[in-house]
Design a binder for this molecule. Structure first.
Ligand code: ASP
Length: 337
């Protein structure tokens, strides 16, 4: 009897070990995020949660379809980001947050890990899909980053879809700006901590990292930046090395969070550098970078996908909208810790 029991326990143990091993060995081809922040289950309705997840799923499907049909990781990144830009729920494209002056100034970047070519735009106000503009800069110009009016003139020349700035208006974001302004008025009198002046004004930046059938990595990020931003403020999202980075030898990374801290830590490139020079795994490197950002007082998260299809999605906020697709097409979307 005892022997039967021992054998049974042994079989269960081996099966569990095998299934865990399988889970750890899962290979991913596409990882996306929809921003990190104080996303609490208590303050989220079921309908809202469903709506956010539906967009993530749609974005993953769009990106995965590209990879399945043999398209490049750049195509997959762009397709996934476009879906999130077109949704009013995320802080990119339609649904972008407002500047202090009540405008929407959008930033985006994209990078090809094979050629290490990159493109970015910052402070654009009439480009429907800023990720398209970033890609056009990468492929159709001799530059890496174009800003403001110049970027818009280039987008026009490239025949990208342009919209009236009103297109980007959403009531939620407009109310978000009013709240941020109110809070700032109160807090400027009472607090010396700059962190208090920008509480939760950054939700829903979007990003994607992908690995195609040829083994090429790509990364992209798109955002409206931070609510109540002023003076042409630009965050990490359109800055190659800070918010976005891809290198076939190491990893593809897209960041989200308090951009100033990601710029000062050269966060996206740092994940790659830790892997290249210190031989860290993608999990360890990604976590180390988020810890650095946190130690400095910044908050946020990132997604990272290495050349072997291993991924990491660390964040130091309450939540981060995020999702993954495996090589076989298994989709998973998550919001909280
Ligand atoms: N990183 C973005 C910025 O600072 C904001 C965000 O990720 O939500 O512009």
């Amino acid at each position: 009897m005892n022997r039967i029991l021992v054998t049974l326990l042994l079989v269960i143990w081996v099966m569990r070990a095998l299934s865990q091993n399988q889970a750890n060995n899962e290979k991913y081809v596409l990882v996306i995020h929809g921003g990190a922040g104080t996303i609490l289950q208590q303050t989220m309705t079921r309908e809202k949660e469903k709506a956010y997840k539906a967009v993530l799923e749609k974005a993953l499907q769009a990106g995965y379809a590209k990879l399945q049909s043999g398209k490049t990781s750049i195509d997959a990144v762009q397709a996934a980001i476009r879906v999130m830009e077109d949704s009013p729920l995320y802080n990119a494209g339609k649904g972008a947050v407002f500047t202090h002056d009540g405008r929407n100034e959008l930033d985006a970047s994209i990078m090809d890990g094979g050629t290490r070519k990159a493109g970015a735009v910052a402070g654009v106000t009439i480009v429907k899909n800023p990720i398209d503009a970033a890609r056009a800069v990468m492929e159709k110009s001799q530059h890496v980053m174009l800003v403001g009016k110049g970027a818009e003139a280039f987008a026009k020349e490239q025949r990208l879809v342009l919209v009236d700035p009103k297109y980007f208006y959403t009531r939620e974001r407009s109310e978000g700006l009013q709240k941020a302004i109110e809070k700032e008025k109160v807090q400027l009198d009472h607090s010396a901590n700059p962190q208090d002046h920008w509480p939760d004004s950054k939700f829903g930046t979007v990003g994607a990292v992908a690995l195609d059938q040829e083994g090429n990595l790509a990364a992209g990020t798109s955002t409206g930046g931070m609510s109540n931003k002023r003076f042409g403020r630009v965050g990490d999202s359109p800055i190659i090395g800070a918010g976005t980075y891809a290198n076939n030898e190491t990893v593809a990374v897209s960041c989200t969070g308090w951009g100033e801290f990601f710029i000062r830590n050269i966060a996206a490139y740092d994940v790659s550098a830790l892997m290249e020079y210190r031989n860290l795994t993608v999990k360890k490197a990604a976590l180390a970078v988020i810890e650095k950002v946190g130690n400095m007082g910044g908050d946020g998260g990132l997604i990272a996908l290495d050349k072997n299809g291993n991924m990491a999605m660390p964040f130091n906020t309450a939540g981060m909208y995020r999702g993954t697709v495996t090589k076989e097409g298994k989709i998973e979307v998550l919001i909280y810790k």
